[in-house]
Design a protein around this ligand. Structure first.
Ligand SMILES: Cc1cc2nc3c(=O)[nH]c(=O)nc-3n(C[C@H](O)[C@H](O)[C@H](O)COP(=O)(O)OP(=O)(O)OC[C@H]3O[C@@H](n4cnc5c(N)ncnc54)[C@H](O)[C@@H]3O)c2cc1C
Length: 298
């Protein structure tokens, strides 16, 4: 196995064109190979020393979050916290401090697990992925990027350089809630993200997406009926029902499909509740599910 340490974006793109695989924090790639999930590629190119991949840049209409931004930074960065709070909620839940210090947004997204914690927040916030190769750059929707568990539509020579997120209106809020049996080193049993925009108490826009209940992150459809109402118990019950109905969970060692189908409804309704409360100006600390007492207590 050979490992090259890239110092520029051009280095990385040349390396990928020559057949190397990118490694950012290595918390999926290296840990996975040690757990026997697959052997390490013959040629790796380390991308974690290229500063431009670690930038968070706000422009008039959107914010470009570099793929190399770590979870530790996502959970504390003021722009992410103020505008895209669901991403901060998600990043704060990832692994341990050691995992969060080296694990990156790009690695989480490109690993393509249906249990990735930043995926549902990115979907409800309308993010797109920027992919670059030696022959150019393109931007694609996340529904186009994730094609199955651990699979993306990106070509082998394409690097995810950034996630681009439309800037949020002042009267909006977002939240990510994850069911967990314990408070550290836990992959989502199920999780849900919501973004809500309000006019006074009235919902003017809502998006909900689900973690670990389908082969890829699943956006809940058919929520138009709750637009025009408030985030009251009837609305939250409608969200819970839609999420449970649309989920297509599996049974595994950690939970049955029936349990996942029930709890995803609870998580989705709590995510909408928390997002609406944030949209109305309430300060709820990150991660929101621990602030609200959802899931494990220690
Ligand atoms: C103990 C532990 C706990 C964990 N807990 C969680 C958790 O709670 N929630 C969660 O979601 N995840 C969790 N993870 C998984 C992992 O930490 C995250 O998915 C992390 O964000 C991966 O980022 P990375 O930079 O380490 O990726 P890497 O391991 O470096 O890369 C992952 C994959 O993405 C590719 N890749 C990386 N960057 C790019 C890029 N810019 N462009 C194209 N391809 C790229 C790599 O080639 C590889 O295939 C955990 C992992 C460990 C070891």
């Amino acid at each position: 196995m050979t490992l090259t340490i890239a110092t520029s974006l051009d280095d990385i793109l040349a390396g990928l064109a020559a057949g190397a695989r990118p490694i950012a924090g290595g918390t999926d790639l290296v840990v996975g190979s040690r757990q026997g999930k697959g052997s390490l590629p013959d040629t790796l190119i380390a991308i974690d020393r290229v500063a431009e991949l670690a930038a968070i840049e706000a422009s008039g209409e959107s914010t470009r979050v570099g793929s190399g931004v770590t979870h530790a930074r996502l959970m504390t960065d003021p722009t992410i916290f103020d505008q895209f709070t669901a991403i901060a909620d998600a990043a704060a839940l990832v692994g341990s401090p050691a995992t969060r210090n080296v694990g990156t947004l790009g690695g989480n997204v490109m690993n393509g697990s249906p249990a990735m914690d930043t995926g549902a927040p990115l979907v409800v916030l309308g993010a797109t992925a920027e992919l670059a190769s030696a022959s150019g750059t393109r931007t694609i929707g996340l529904d186009e990027l994730w094609t199955g568990p651990g699979q993306t539509s990106a070509k082998a020579d394409e690097l995810c350089t950034a996630l681009v997120i439309p800037n949020r209106a002042a009267n909006s809020g977002s939240a990510y809630v994850r069911l967990e049996y314990r408070r550290a080193m836990e992959i989502a049993i199920v999780g849900a993200a919501a973004s809500v925009e309000l006019d006074g108490d009235t919902i003017t826009s809502v998006r909900v997406a689900l973690t670990a209940v389908a082969p890829t992150i699943l956006e809940v459809t058919g929520l138009d009926g709750i637009v025009g109402g408030s985030a009251d118990q009837t609305t939250l019950a409608t969200v819970a029902e839609a999420a449970s109905e649309q989920a297509a969970p599996i049974s595994d060692l950690r939970a049955s499909d029936k349990y996942r189908r029930h709890t995803i409804g609870v998580m989705a309704s709590r995510a909408v509740d928390a997002a609406a409360r944030r949209a109305s100006g309430e300060q709820i600390s990150v991660p929101v599910n621990r602030a609200l007492g959802v899931g494990a207590v220690q």
